[in-house]
Structure formats: structure tokens, C-alpha cells
Design a binder for this molecule. Structure first.
Ligand code: TYD
Ligand code: MG
Length: 452
């Protein structure tokens, strides 16, 4: 039986026994089980093993790199987030809360690949083959063509991979596989690392693209994908609230593409449907009531129009509530402070709620101006924009109450103009401060047009 060793993930301290608290650095819950590597038995003064031969360095320019052919999954939004499809032999991790749709999207992608003539394999450690079949029936006939093994033993899975040699394999989920010879329960940090490490070796040796599905808890980690991030080539995060229909898929790490891309999906009767033109949905759904504004956001290289809503209500609580859904809490606090200090709008005795409609998350300073406008509109009970069309805005708010330029202004303006949302309230030559922007925004479209 292989020996195991417990290594502190903080300080690297090694111990033959597990400790709740690392004897080295005193951190709690950092001891992780690892397979012990046999110590070299050969003596001698040389640091290298006797049998080791030196490797010959090669100039990078002379390295032969075949053009990266990619497997297209047929799910446009997924391919875009991956940087153009799945790279052969790569290891992709898809993380997300339970019920978000990880099995649905990977099942659909494998179905498309199988239909396109690729050899695929679905390893289900979580559900029985019958359960997976029920889902596949909902996704469509292409998903039913996927071969499946319901298996949790890592060695069996590796043997199956060796025998079947698929081009793309999904392991759902990495937390359910179990490596014999490791003591931890499936899903523990040591097990998850061992499983992922073994699968990585098989993937690289045999040129199998492996998609690992992993759960994330609300807090973000727990023996989960976090410990794998450095190991895999690509980390995709599936987000959204289970109760809402919209879900976003974004790359947190991508060795073969940009990490700025975001895919938008909707969960329907027949599985996940791509929302290629998300802007038109969100604009059509915008309410135009006080507190509502359209934000010209950037999701990676793609402009996205989303409705941002604010509610300001008298509070009985000290301190009052500040609830942010889809925008950064700290940026909301900053905008509230600037509103109070530089725009004469103190909301210290009000509860404040800000949310991005549809459950989308926008994480960029360019949302500041829209947040400020929505808050001012909600506080005054005055709608922004007009009966026919909502007001669109973007821009960063600085600490001194000035408006700051943000990246890709031209693309944001073009997207707004595509939906007839003009003029857009944004930092330009004439509107320089938050106070000016609020005055223009709250007094109707003509004012915005004049000011802009
Ligand atoms: P699932 O892919 O099983 O989530 P995960 O693997 O991330 O845990 O599916 C999530 C939810 O989606 C499930 O509660 C049911 C719902 N769903 C639909 O609404 N329509 C469908 O066609 C499918 C397949 C699932
Ligand atoms: Mg699942």
C-alpha cells in the first residue's frame, strides 16, 4: 500500500499524522493528505539520482507547437468562454453551486460532440445511468448518444479511459471519485487533489480532454475546486441564482484564451438555452419606473445592457440595510458616500437595495454612475429617461465626485444605440461630475441631450 503523508498547504510542514492544527505554522485545517514519494535510496555526493540524465534546453523559437485544433462543443457561449472550443488534452474545471446546470451543460456539449463524430465519455459519480438518461431526454436526442459509465472508483475510471480512449471526457463530479490507498473520504481535499492529479496525467499522456465538474459551496471553497485551480488549464465558473432563469458562465483562468468572456444562458424546459442577444432581453424587460436605469456594461469583449434597479426606503434599523445584488457591495458603499458628500444626497436614514435584474452580476467600476442615478431616482421618486425609452448610463465615480472614463466607451455607446437608447449619460467632455450627471439625468431626456 502506498504511504501517505500530511502536508500543510500553508507552510509545507510534513507529518505522518493528520493534525487539525498544523504543528509548524499553527494554522487550522491546512493539513492535506498526499501520497508519499519514495525517497531516493542511492547515496553518493551528487544531488541528482544516478539514473537521471540531464535534459537538453531548446530555444522557444525552435519548439515545435502544432496549431491548436479545438473541439467545438456546438454551444456557442461555452465555446466563446473557452476561447474557441475545447483544446485536446486539456483539463477544464467547471465549478458552480448545486443545481445551477453543470450536468446539463456538459451533457449537452458531449451530445453535440458525439453527433459531430467525436469519441466522448461521460463518467457519472453522482447520479445513476438511469438518472442521467432522464436528464438527457430533456436536453434532446443528441444527448442520448453519449456513452456513460456510472463509477466512483478512480482506478476503474482510469482503466476505462485507457480502454476507450475518448477524445473528450466529462467527470461529474470530481468530488465523488475515490482514490484507493488514500484515507480521506471522497470530496476531501486530499482525495480531490489525488483524483484531479491522476486524471491530469492520463489526460496529458493520452491526449484526452477532461472536463471536471466541481461543486462550490456558498462560501466558495470547502475541499472544492479552489484547491484545483493551479492544476487545471481552465477554470469556468457557473453562476446565477437557482430560482432565477439567467445563468452566466465565466472563465476565472484560461491558459488558452481570455478570462474576460462571459456566456449568458437561460434554464428552460429543454435544458440550457444560450442567450446570444442578452441585451435586447434585458432592455425589453426594463421597467422605466423611478429607480430603474439601463447600464451599458462590458462582459469581457462584449457589451451588455442590463437593467439596474434601486430601492430607497425609510429604515428602522441602525445601521441601515445596504443590500447589493449583482453589484459589488464596496462600490455601492463608495457611491453612497460620494452621493452624500458631493451630490447632496444623504441616505443615512434609509435602507438601500440595489440589484441587477435577471440575476446577472456586473463587476466593474463602470457601473458606478448607473448605481448613483438609480439611487437618486429612487430617492426622489422621479423616473429617469422617458415614457418610450429608459435612460442608459455608464461611468466610474471618483472619490472627489468626478466622473471617470472607463474602457470601451465606443462599444458601450454602439450597443446602446443599437437599441435606440440615446443619448447615453456617460463621462464625456461636458458632464464631468456626479452632480452634473444627476441634474441631467433627473430632469429628462432633453437635458441629457443638451448636456451631452
Ligand atoms: P443540473 O444540470 O442537474 O445541475 P448541477 O449538475 O449543476 O447540479 O440541473 C439543474 C437544474 O436545472 C435542475 O434543478 C433542474 C433544472 N432543469 C431544467 O429546468 N430543465 C432541464 O431541461 C434540465 C435538464 C434541468
Ligand atoms: Mg450535476
Amino acid at each position: 500500500m502506498a504511504k501517505t503523508l500530511f502536508v500543510c498547504s500553508q507552510c509545507g510542514n510534513e507529518s505522518p499524522k493528520w493534525h487539525g492544527r498544523c504543528p509548524g505554522c499553527g494554522e487550522w485545517n491546512t493539513m492535506v493528505e498526499e501520497r508519499a514519494v519514495e525517497a531516493p535510496r542511492s547515496g553518493g555526493s551528487s544531488l541528482a539520482r544516478k539514473s537521471a540524465k540531464p535534459a537538453r534546453p531548446v530555444a522557444l523559437a525552435d519548439v515545435e507547437a502544432p496549431a491548436l485544433a479545438r473541439y467545438e462543443t456546438g454551444i456557442g457561449e461555452l465555446d466563446r468562454v473557452l476561447g474557441g472550443g475545447i483544446v485536446p488534452g486539456s483539463l477544464v474545471l467547471i465549478g458552480g453551486a448545486p443545481g445551477i446546470g453543470k450536468s446539463t451543460i456538459t451533457g449537452g456539449a458531449l451530445g453535440n460532440l458525439a453527433t459531430a463524430g467525436r469519441r466522448v465519455l461521460y463518467v457519472s459519480g453522482e447520479e445513476s445511468a438511469a438518472q442521467v438518461k432522464l436528464r438527457a431526454e430533456r436536453i434532446g436526442p443528441h444527448a442520448l448518444t453519449v456513452p456513460i459509465v456510472a463509477e466512483t472508483d478512480l482506478e476503474t475510471v482510469v482503466a476505462t479511459l485507457e480502454a476507450e480512449r475518448p477524445e473528450v471526457c466529462v467527470v461529474d463530479s470530481v468530488q465523488t471519485l475515490y482514490a484507493n490507498g488514500m484515507t480521506g473520504a471522497p470530496g476531501s481535499v486530499g482525495q480531490v487533489r489525488e483524483v484531479a492529479g491522476t486524471l491530469m496525467r492520463v489526460a496529458k499522456e493520452r491526449g484526452i480532454a477532461v472536463i471536471l465538474v466541481g461543486h462550490v459551496t456558498k462560501e466558495g471553497a470547502l475541499a472544492g475546486p479552489r484547491v484545483l485551480e493551479h492544476l487545471v488549464d481552465c477554470v469556468l465558473q457557473f453562476e446565477g441564482e437557482r430560482e432565477r432563469t439567467y445563468r452566466t458562465l465565466r472563465a476565472l483562468k484560461n491558459r488558452f484564451g481570455s478570462t474576460n468572456e462571459v456566456g449568458v444562458f437561460e434554464m428552460c424546459e429543454s435544458g440550457l438555452v444560450e442567450v446570444a442577444d442578452a441585451s435586447s432581453r434585458f432592455v425589453a424587460e426594463a421597467t422605466r419606473a423611478p429607480g430603474s436605469v439601463v447600464l451599458c456594461a462590458m462582459e469581457g469583449s462584449r457589451p451588455l445592457l442590463v437593467e439596474l434597479q434601486a430601492l430607497v426606503a425609510p429604515t428602522e434599523l441602525v445601521p441601515p440595510r445596504r443590500v447589493a445584488n449583482g453589484v459589488d457591495r464596496n462600490r455601492l458603499a463608495l457611491v453612497l458616500a460620494v452621493l452624500a458628500r458631493h451630490a447632496g444626497l444623504g441616505l443615512g436614514s434609509s435602507d438601500v437595495f440595489v440589484s441587477v435584474a435577471g440575476g446577472v452580476r456586473v463587476d466593474e467600476p463602470g457601473a458606478d454612475l448607473a448605481v448613483a442615478l438609480a439611487l437618486a431616482s429612487a430617492a426622489n421618486g422621479v423616473p429617469l429617461g422617458s415614457e418610450e425609452k429608459p435612460l442608459a448610463a455608464f461611468g466610474e465615480v471618483g472619490l472627489t465626485g468626478e466622473l471617470r472614463y472607463v474602457a470601451h466607451a465606443d462599444r458601450r455607446l454602439a450597443e446602446a444605440s443599437k437599441f435606440g437608447l440615446e443619448p447615453v449619460l456617460s463621462p464625456d467632455g461636458r458632464i464631468r461630475t456626479l452632480r452634473q450627471a444627476l441634474r441631467a439625468g433627473l430632469s429628462g431626456a432633453e437635458q441629457v441631450a443638451q448636456a451631452a
